[in-house]
Design a protein around this ligand. Structure first.
Ligand code: NAP
Length: 454
C-alpha cells in the first residue's frame, strides 16, 4: 500500500494499491505503441493536446492547489501559482518545440548534410513531492513535444497529485497510453529501467536517489538526466543594498517552506554586514505566518512529512552542538503535524551539517566571509552546484562573479534563483547533470542524428 498523509494532522488521507509489475509492463508497451504514431505527427498536431492541458491546469488550479496543500503542505496561493506555471511551460513548448528542433544544416563535403532530432521513445520520469505538478510538467512537456512517451513514477506521498496529472493528460486528449502513471515504490524503479522499451530516465530528487538511478541507468547503458539537491550560496558583498537583499534572501529561503532545490541555503555575508544582515533576516523570518496551508494568508505550511522534519531538526541540532548559534527558531513545536519554524543559525562553519549538507526546510545558515575572494571561496566550498546569487550595487562586479567565479548551473545577481521555461535549468557537481527547460531541455531526450547524402 502507498499512503498519502496529511502533514498538518498526521492522518492518512488515502491509500493506493501498488501496481504489479505485469501492469507496469503493459503501461510500458502502451506507451511505446502510442509513441509510434505520436512521433509521426506534425508539431502543430502535438501542440493541440498540450495547449488543452494548459487550459485544464488553469481551470482546475483551485482543486489542484487543495490537493497539494493536503498531500504535502503547500499553502494554497503557492499551489495556484504552481498550476499556472505548469500551464506556461505547456504553452511554451507547444509554441516553440518546432523551432527548438528544426533540423540544422551543416556544411561538409557532402551534397547535403544536416542534423535532425528524433525522439527516443518511452522516457521514465522519477519525480519528487516538493513541486508535485511543476517538476512533472517541466519534464513531460518538452519530452512529449519532442515526440516521446512519458511514464511517471511520482514520490509516494503525492500519489493523488500523480493521478490528477494523469487525468489532465487524458482529458487534454493525448493518445491513450502516451502519458502513464505508475503507482510503484522506489524499489521497483530498477525493474522499469530494465524493460527494453524504456529508453531513458529523468530523475528529480535527492543525490542519494541520483546515485542509485545513475548507476542502474549506467549498467543498462540508458541515458539519464539528473536534477538533484543543492545548497545554494547567496553572497552578500559589502556594497549590497541591505533592505532588498534581505527581503530577497528570506523569500528564497522560505519558498515552499524551504523545500526547494534552489532555495537559498547558505548566506555568505562579508564581515562588515554580518550583524545588520542577521538582525534584519531574523526580523523578516519572524514576520512570516506559519499554519494550516488550506487557510488564507499562510506563508509557510508544515514540512511535507514528519520524517523529513525530524531530519532537518537533526541537522540544526548537530550544527548547534558543533558551535552554531540559534538566532531564531530551531525547536520542534508540539503537535501532530510536521511543522518546523523559520530558523536562523549564525556562526556556521565547515564540519556542521548546515554548512556541508542540503537543509530542506526553513533554516538559514549565516556564514561570515572576510572579503569578496573569501566569499567566493566559501560559495564554491560545497559538494553541490545548482543555483547561486550575488548581491552588490555594482552590477558589473556582480556579473563578473556570477559569470566567471561561481560554480553553479545558474547564478543570479540581485535576484533570487528561479526556474523559467525560457532558461536552462540544472546543476553541476552533486547537483546532477543534463538540463531541463529552454531549447537545451528539449534536446536531452532526442537522438541528435547526423544525415549525410553524398
Ligand atoms: P527523493 O527521496 O530522492 O525522491 C525523489 C523520487 O525518487 C521519488 O519519486 C522517490 O520515490 C524516488 N526514489 C528515491 N530513492 C530512489 C532510489 N533509490 N531509486 C529509485 N527511485 C528513488 O527526493 P524527495 O525527498 O522527493 O525530494 C527532495 C530532493 O529533491 C531534494 O534533495 C531536492 O533538492 C531535490 N530536488 C531537486 C530539484 C532540481 O531540479 N535539481 C528539484 C526539486 C527537488 P519514493 O517517494 O517512493 O521514495
Amino acid at each position: 500500500m502507498i499512503s498519502s498523509i496529511d502533514p498538518v494532522t498526521g492522518e492518512t488521507i488515502a491509500t493506493y494499491e501498488e501496481m504489479p509489475l505485469s501492469e507496469v509492463a503493459q503501461a510500458v508497451e502502451a506507451a511505446d505503441r502510442a509513441h509510434q504514431s505520436w512521433s509521426r505527427l506534425e508539431f502543430a498536431a502535438r501542440a493541440l493536446p498540450m495547449k488543452r492541458a494548459a487550459a485544464l491546469l488553469e481551470e482546475r488550479k483551485d482543486a489542484l492547489a487543495l490537493l497539494m496543500a493536503r498531500e504535502m503542505g503547500k499553502p494554497l496561493a503557492q499551489g495556484i501559482s504552481e498550476a499556472e506555471k505548469c500551464a506556461w511551460v505547456c504553452r511554451h513548448y507547444a509554441e516553440h518545440a518546432h523551432s527548438f528542433l528544426v533540423p540544422e544544416p551543416i556544411a561538409t563535403d557532402a551534397a547535403k548534410s544536416y542534423v535532425t532530432f528524433q525522439p527516443l521513445g518511452v522516457v521514465l520520469g522519477v519525480m519528487p513531492w516538493n513541486f508535485p505538478f511543476w517538476q512533472v510538467f517541466r519534464f513531460a512537456a518538452p519530452a512529449l513535444m519532442a515526440g516521446n512517451a512519458c511514464l511517471l513514477k511520482h514520490a509516494s506521498n503525492v500519489s493523488g497529485c500523480a493521478l490528477a496529472i494523469g487525468d489532465i493528460a487524458r482529458d487534454a486528449g493525448f493518445p491513450e497510453g502516451l502519458f502513464g502513471v505508475l503507482l510503484i515504490r522506489a524499489e521497483a524503479v530498477t525493474r522499469v529501467l530494465e524493460m527494453p522499451l524504456v529508453r531513458a530516465a529523468a530523475l528529480t530528487g535527492s543525490s542519494v536517489a541520483g546515485r542509485s538511478i545513475a548507476s542502474q541507468a549506467g549498467r543498462m547503458l540508458k541515458k539519464c538526466v539528473l536534477e538533484l539537491g543543492g545548497s545554494d550560496p547567496y553572497v552578500v558583498l559589502e556594497d549590497a543594498e541591505l533592505g532588498p537583499t534581505v527581503e530577497t534572501c528570506v523569500a528564497s529561503r522560505l519558498i515552499n517552506g524551504g523545500q526547494s532545490c534552489i532555495a537559498a541555503k547558505r548566506f555568505i555575508v562579508v564581515r562588515s554586514l554580518e550583524h545588520a544582515f542577521t538582525e534584519r533576516m531574523v526580523d523578516a523570518m519572524r514576520e512570516r505566518t506559519q499554519g494550516n496551508p488550506t487557510e488564507p494568508g499562510i506563508d509557510i505550511g508544515p514540512l511535507a512529512r514528519r520524517d523529513l522534519r525530524d531530519q532537518v531538526h537533526a541537522q540544526v541540532t548537530e550544527s548547534v552542538r558543533r558551535g552554531a548559534v540559534r538566532a531564531l527558531g530551531g525547536m520542534v513545536p508540539p503537535g501532530a503535524g510536521a511543522f518546523y519554524p523559520p530558523t536562523v543559525l549564525t556562526g556556521v562553519r565547515p564540519g556542521m551539517p548546515a554548512y556541508d549538507e542540503e537543509t530542506f526546510g526553513p533554516v538559514a545558515a549565516v556564514i561570515v566571509a572576510e572579503d569578496e575572494a573569501d566569499a567566493i571561496r566559501i560559495a564554491n566550498d560545497s559538494p553541490f552546484g545548482l543555483g547561486a546569487a550575488v548581491f552588490t550595487r555594482d552590477r558589473a562586479r556582480g556579473e563578473r562573479i556570477a559569470a566567471e567565479e561561481i560554480q553553479a548551473g545558474s547564478c543570479f545577481v540581485n535576484a533570487y534563483v528561479r526556474s523559467d521555461p525560457r532558461l536552462p535549468f540544472g546543476g553541476i557537481k552533486e547537483s546532477g547533470y543534463g538540463r531541463e527547460l529552454s531549447h537545451f531541455g528539449i534536446r536531452e531526450f532526442v537522438n541528435i542524428k547526423t544525415v549525410y547524402i553524398a
